[in-house]
Structures are given as structure tokens and as C-alpha cells.
Design a protein around this ligand. Structure first.
Ligand SMILES: [Zn+2]
Length: 109
């Protein structure tokens, strides 16, 4: 993983320091790690989480790219754990986009 991507991953995580699925969707349920164990994403284990790309067509530096990504646990990103493949991420694209758009306004003030 390149230094730039790694830095972007940190920026995306640092925005809320938690899985953003539970912010966007209060009914998203608990988070799960790569191995299907329930997890509370934190600064201690953030590298096990994943960025999800939401196509909003922002271009440019990290400040801009931040607005095209949300940070998710593997459970909400890829459906690990008891959800058995149900991918919260792909079924909540519209909600992700709307939430990111509200952040974008804040970032450009
Ligand atoms: Zn999660």
C-alpha cells in the first residue's frame, strides 16, 4: 500500500474514529472484523478497517479525496461475520453519498 493511500486511510478513519456505517445508519448493527468477530473500531485497530469509495467525482489532493471515501469495518464493507455476505455498503450507496455531501459542505467553509 502506498504512503499516499495509507495517509488517506488514516484521514478517513480520523474523521470520526469509528465505523461510519453506524453514523450513517443507526440500524446498521454491530461491526465485525476480517475474521467474523465482533469488533469496536478504534485507534488501536483501525488498520483492520477499510475504505469504501463513493463516486462523487472529487479530484485532487487528500483533502478532496477524503470526501469520496467512508471508513467501514470489514463487516459493513464486505459482509463478514453473521451477516453472511450481506453488504451494508453496497445497499446504502445513496445514504453514503448524501452523508458525504453534508460533510463536503463543512470542509469547504
Ligand atoms: Zn462497521
Amino acid at each position: 500500500m502506498s504512503k499516499e493511500i495509507e495517509a488517506l486511510r488514516w484521514d478517513v478513519f480520523a474523521r470520526n474514529r469509528r465505523c461510519e456505517a453506524e453514523i450513517i445508519d443507526p440500524t446498521a448493527g454491530p461491526c465485525y472484523d476480517n475474521w467474523g468477530d465482533q469488533v469496536v473500531p478504534s485507534k488501536a485497530n483501525w488498520k483492520n478497517g477499510e475504505m469504501d469509495y463513493v463516486r462523487l467525482e472529487h479530484h485532487g489532493d487528500r483533502h478532496e479525496l477524503l470526501n469520496d471515501h467512508i471508513w467501514l469495518c470489514p463487516g459493513h464493507h464486505r459482509g463478514t461475520g453473521p451477516s453472511a455476505g450481506y453488504q451494508w455498503a453496497t445497499s446504502h450507496r445513496r445514504e453514503q453519498r448524501e452523508w458525504l455531501e453534508t460533510l463536503y459542505v463543512d470542509l469547504t467553509r
